[in-house]
Design a protein around this ligand. Structure first.
Ligand code: HEC
Ligand code: HEC
Ligand code: HEC
Ligand code: HEC
Ligand code: HEC
Ligand code: HEC
Length: 418
């Protein structure tokens, strides 16, 4: 049964790449999928529980969400197989959440004193436990920083509800029961249900009432993404339109992440503001900032997916207008649009420490017009063990010329201190 499923989806994979609004070739279709895709009634994986197809929960998901035949970004895949990750080779997927295989990329380099420093792969993101694909729990963070959720229990289904009953109806509210779910609600071509129908919650994320161990989620965050979202950003950007809503079964992105990180970056702590309006001067910075020292831009062309913000709306039709992958909508934030956790972090993993969207471990992203790689003769030992090509892939393939010749960290997109 397991083999049958995998071959079925192996062939379906290419077809599913775009147009996920339609039901054909989909699997979850915004809600609980065909049980057999994840469970096997009589031949589950040895040693597993819940009659799952894989040895554990995340291995079951990665049965389909990782595919060893990939040669580049491929539809709904969010992990590159270990066999494809040689030295100097970066993970292949370019989804908004990020490729978990960055967790397997450990880099070594010499620091300014000549001592060898190792940047352990596990600092690049959320270490899900997936024995079949070689992912293990984080050995340093034993719980979620700023919270108590145990790293040993972190799985795909800690954040995504595999049987997701959350549905968004015509009124825009999310509930666990109601009109039947007809398709995904994540995409710019799938957001609007008609009367008597509902669509799934964004990315099947855990919503109100979903409990894992000691944490219970209180709502779903609002967002819409382009139907083709796993793609190089070498020439055009993939813009997920994150929203803000706290009504009708919703919570903000900051509240959602804080389910497991309650003391992280929250009010009253030592923390950067989140879920807070940009204000007019920071919004103006974002709109005019092009690159270090260059403040000649305008709002209409200012968006970068390396520093996204939450649009101050919970209206999915409005969000869908910005959820584009062809640079047709690059409008920057207004003063009430918000900085949020995902302005700086990705949700799964990234090519940078702390799962950030850019390298924050050194003052420059580029030196002398090129990435700070080991092959850039002017970068000294700032390369942190990567070649320029490896840095470029971590920026979703953007050429170094996207930036200033000596580009400083992207905190400056909002703060313009450079
Ligand atoms: C996308 C994968 C996936 C699909 C599809 C799926 N399940 Fe599950 N199921 C899981 C996972 C993962 C668990 C383990 C949950 C946990 O760790 O608590 C689980 C656990 C369960 C459990 C035991 C725990 C509980 O929540 O009650 C039942 C019963 C169950 N599934 C029934 C079903 C049925 C019936 C279907 C089809 C209508 C289905 N599942 C489809 C992934 C899936
Ligand atoms: C049998 C193959 C298969 C398995 C197993 C599987 N998926 Fe999927 N997944 C798909 C396909 C195909 C798509 C794209 C079509 C769709 O969304 O129905 C997808 C899409 C998704 C999406 C995006 C959906 C949206 O509406 O935005 C998420 C999130 C996701 N899967 C999570 C999971 C998680 C978590 C598990 C394990 C509990 C899992 N998947 C197990 C095949 C699978
Ligand atoms: C810490 C929470 C968390 C965990 C753990 C997690 N996800 Fe996600 N996932 C998210 C969020 C949040 C998004 C939306 C990201 C965005 O749009 O910026 C997402 C997006 C996705 C998508 C859409 C493509 C993308 O990357 O944007 C898929 C498919 C998916 N997840 C599958 C999985 C699978 C499979 C696992 C386990 C191997 C997993 N997720 C583990 C939070 C999580
Ligand atoms: C279900 C619980 C859960 C949710 C929800 C969750 N996290 Fe985490 N997070 C963890 C755990 C557990 C760890 C520690 C294990 C690790 O670092 O791999 C962690 C670690 C992190 C780290 C440190 C990663 C590193 O490389 O050291 C960051 C940053 C982070 N989370 C950000 C977020 C953001 C942003 C969100 C919302 C999109 C989020 N988390 C949602 C459980 C969660
Ligand atoms: C303005 C950018 C920014 C925002 C917004 C932001 N972070 Fe961070 N976060 C960082 C940076 C930079 C680091 C790494 C170094 C540090 O702690 O200063 C970090 C580190 C972390 C860590 C790892 C801490 C550790 O001890 O290992 C976690 C967990 C985390 N952030 C979660 C979150 C969550 C959850 C949110 C939203 C509630 C959030 N961050 C919002 C920039 C940000
Ligand atoms: C998406 C926009 C955005 C990004 C990116 C961003 N910030 Fe901020 N930052 C804000 C906003 C909004 C405020 C609150 C308004 C203000 O203080 O002017 C703020 C406030 C601050 C403050 C003042 C906090 C206080 O309590 O007074 C510091 C310091 C700061 N940010 C540092 C950083 C650093 C360092 C980074 C990069 C790791 C960063 N910011 C990235 C938007 C951003």
């Amino acid at each position: 049964m397991k083999t049958l499923k995998l071959s079925l989806f192996g062939t379906a994979a290419a077809v599913v790449a775009i147009g996920l609004g339609a039901n054909a070739y989909a699997f979850h279709s915004g809600g609980v999928a065909e049980c057999d895709g994840c469970h096997s009634m009589h031949t589950p994986a040895a040693g597993g529980s819940f009659l799952l197809q894989g040895s554990d929960q995340s291995s079951t998901c990665l049965n389909c969400h990782e595919h060893a035949g990939d040669t580049g970004p491929s539809s709904y895949h969010i992990s590159t197989a270990e066999t494809q990750l040689g030295a100097g080779v970066s993970p292949l997927q370019r989804t908004p959440g990020g490729d978990f295989a960055w967790l397997k990329k450990t880099y070594s380099y010499l620091d300014r004193s000549g001592a060898t420093v190792t940047e352990d792969g596990q600092v690049h993101g959320h270490n899900i436990v997936a024995a079949d694909q070689g992912y293990a729990a984080d050995s340093v963070n034993t719980t979620a920083p700023g919270g108590t959720f145990p790293a040993s229990q972190l799985a795909c289904n800690s954040c995504h509800d595999p049987h997701n009953p959350n549905r968004r109806g015509v009124d825009g509210n999310i509930s666990r029961t109601g009109a039947p779910i007809v398709r995904s609600g994540s995409y710019n071509n799938s957001v609007a249900p008609v009367a008597g129908q509902a669509v799934g919650a964004f990315r099947l994320l855990a919503g109100a009432g979903y409990t894992k161990g000691s944490v219970t989620f209180l709502g779903n965050p609002a967002a819409v993404t382009p139907s083709s979202y796993n793609r190089t950003e070498a020439t055009t950007q993939t813009r997920t339109a994150y929203g803000v809503s706290t009504s009708g079964g919703h919570e903000t992105w900051g509240q959602w992440c804080s389910t497991c990180h309650p003391d992280m970056h929250s009010t009253g702590n030592y923390a950067h503001p989140i879920d807070q309006g940009m204000g007019s001067s920071l919004a103006a910075n974002y709109q005019t900032y092009v690159a270090s020292g260059n403040m000649t831009g305008s709002s209409a062309t200012s968006f970068t997916s390396l520093v996204p913000f939450a649009q101050n709306t919970g209206d999915y039709a409005t969000l869908a207008l910005s959820a584009q992958n062809n640079n047709s909508v690059l409008t920057g934030p207004g003063s009430t649009d918000q900085v949020m956790c995902l302005s700086c972090h990705r949700a799964h993993a990234s090519g940078f420490a702390e799962m950030l969207r850019w390298n924050n471990e050194y003052e420059f992203l580029t030196i002398n017009g090129a990435y700070i790689g080991s092959d850039n003769s002017t970068s000294g030992n700032a390369h942190l063990g990567r070649t320029s090509a490896e840095w470029q892939s971590a920026y979703y393939d953007r050429p170094a010329t996207t930036f200033a010749t000596y580009q400083r960290v992207l905190c400056n997109k909002c703060h313009a201190k450079d």
